[in-house]
Design a protein around this ligand. Sequence first.
Ligand code: NAG
Ligand code: NAG
Ligand code: NAG
Ligand code: NAG
Ligand code: NAG
Ligand code: NAG
Length: 696
Amino acid sequence: MPLIPALFFFLLLLLLATLAASQEFTYTGFGAARNGGAPNLTLNGVTELQPDGIMRLTNDTSRLKGHAFYPSPLRLLGPPGSGAKNNATAAAVSFSTAFAFAVVPEYPRLGGHGFAFVAAPDPRLPGALPSQYLGLVSADDDGNATNHVFAVEFDTVQDFEFADINDNHVGVDLNSLTSNASASAAPINLKSGDTVLAWVDYDGDRRLLNVSIATLAAPEKPAAPLISFHVDLSIVFREQMYVGFSASTGLLASSHYLMGWTFKLGGGAAAPLDLSSLPSLPRPKPDKKSRTTLILASVFSAFVALLVLAGAGAYAAYRIKNREVIEPWELDHGPHRYKYPELKRATRGFRDRELLGCGGFGKVYRGVLPGTPPTVVAVKRVSHDSRQGLREFVAEIASIGRLRHRNLVQLQGWCRRRGDLLLVYDFMPNGSLDMHLFGDGLRAVRLTWGARYKILRNVASALLYLHEEWEHVVLHRDVKASNVLLDGDMAGRLGDFGLAKLYEHGANPATTRVVGTLGYLAPELTRTGKATTAADVFAFGALVLEVVAGRRPIEPRAGPEELVLAEWAWERYAAGEVEKVVDARLGGAFDAEEAAVAVKLGLWCSHPVPVARPTMREVARYLDSGDAADVPPPPPPPPPPPVCSGEVGYDDFVHSFPSSSFERPAAAGGGEPLSQTSVATFPFSPLSMRSSHVSV
Ligand SMILES: *[C@@H]1O[C@H](CO)[C@@H](O)[C@H](O)[C@H]1NC(C)=O
Ligand SMILES: *[C@@H]1O[C@H](CO)[C@@H](O)[C@H](O)[C@H]1NC(C)=O
Ligand SMILES: *[C@@H]1O[C@H](CO)[C@@H](O)[C@H](O)[C@H]1NC(C)=O
Ligand SMILES: *[C@@H]1O[C@H](CO)[C@@H](O)[C@H](O)[C@H]1NC(C)=O
Ligand SMILES: *[C@@H]1O[C@H](CO)[C@@H](O)[C@H](O)[C@H]1NC(C)=O
Ligand SMILES: *[C@@H]1O[C@H](CO)[C@@H](O)[C@H](O)[C@H]1NC(C)=O
């Protein structure tokens, strides 16, 4: 009977069983020196072992998670009969653990998010989320029994979603962040940055879980646990479980540190932590006064940070809102692209006080661009919803930007922001000719004959340049008093090329869009819709008579025989009373010779038949000579067509403009006076022709 070997075998079995059931380990710090080589731990997430022997699970960057697990799985479910009352089902094995950790929030009193002791079947905790999920579970599986996650959380944020009791609590979590038991950590502040000592003890026989916490100031395990919770952990545990820690940060963040850990499986208390040997956080302990200051300063900086955050958010929103979309075709175009914020700043956010004028197409603002010396500009803001139209428009203004003439309002550059086009022009300090002629009486008087005649010569010179002297024929298409601006020397400058179309020399100048202003529109335009240089000449003729007479081309308030300025002037001219055409407000102070030149040219240009009109070269030459005898007598007009009846050829006209993506733009440069209403976008009805006369 081999009794002795049998006994020996039995003893060996007993020893093995004891070894299997009771397993313990101790980490006093996590440095290599203290553990005889690098400690064997399974780390993932952002967990790092610091050289000072402290394990850092997260730093204070947002939305991080860090895990650290004992590398081998533990048998947390005992075999049937090993647990409570020799029950036939598997029972959770008793365990005891103690650890020292610290939570150092980015901003005092604003922790984020928390730290937990965990038992889980997989040390990687797949799918677990940071923030309020503490790196334990995901939003989808929170509360799902398939998680098999047991945790004791040290939570520094109050999540209402999980019915947290406050932002400084300890909780027992079974598969869910909604704690099955929780208690406030007070008076201990978990996120003070001070080391917190914690004990988690589970009595498998009594199915009782105890959790206690303490601080280094009173490091003894309290007699009464903070949480004493009756729970059968076999409902959560699997046979093989990994034990360790998890921490996460949210929008607000804390650094989570672990300094030491002891663990014992199979009953009995875990070995106490050797507090004297634990690594300590290299954090100067400020005295109470400077601590208060520190807290105040930190709260202040938290506030500032929040402000900065809000500011950054607002800025991002602003950037998105004000984003300039640069499309490839835009890069081909000069002259100079401005940045939207630059122009916004220059015009002080397009303030009404900076408003120079307002037209049918947009508003014109005064702007000051920084520099030495600062440049004053006029910024025209054109709203546009047609992308295609905008593209053509940009192509046009880009070409226009290359035009250089002393009697043109120079386009300095442009900027596009979504549907808005911002055109930057030279600022014209003396405003528009229109304003001087029809603004207040004093201005009209101050606009002497000499000044008026000079302005006419300037405009003629500009039109000549556009029609014949540049590389392309440029049609202005909207010559009128409000588009003539006066610079510092009261020289006239033609502005607003928004509608000008470019034509190659020799090509048939034709267009399908007609835009203009009533009274300046050549009669053939309303029939054919084709803009030509002759139509510009017609408009110039209307302008000449307007400047001479100080009356609008069409004066609805005048009697029927004075309604159309050109007809009225023709009658005066035919009667040999040229001087009666001249603005009475000048009080007779004018040069009769020049007045005769101007009236004859004005009438000639106003001829209803395009080919009967002079060219701008002729006009400019006669104006420059100032000799009335040189100017041939204007051919008498055919019997005037019925004005404003609109019936004749109206159908043709409508069909010529199936869609007009351009409207009459606002005045360039100095802009139109606000009081003036502008008219005549096509297609218009006979009714609107009648009702849309400009009048002040
Ligand atoms: C925190 O850790 C993350 C991941 O390791 C890293 O990207 C980040 O730069 C760290 N932040 C700080 C403030 O050290
Ligand atoms: C770490 O632990 C694992 C699992 O117990 C083991 O396989 C491995 O050999 C250990 N490594 C070291 C360096 O101790
Ligand atoms: C065994 O455990 C189950 C629940 O875990 C319990 O209902 C039953 O009473 C236990 N049996 C004994 C003999 O204690
Ligand atoms: C729990 O998770 C499992 C596996 O992920 C899934 O099949 C099940 O539908 C989930 N149950 C609930 C209630 O979400
Ligand atoms: C824990 O709480 C959840 C609800 O939050 C509940 O469904 C579950 O039964 C609880 N478990 C225990 C053991 O109290
Ligand atoms: C848990 O706490 C209770 C007191 O609430 C105590 O009687 C019991 O012994 C404790 N159990 C463990 C395992 O610490």
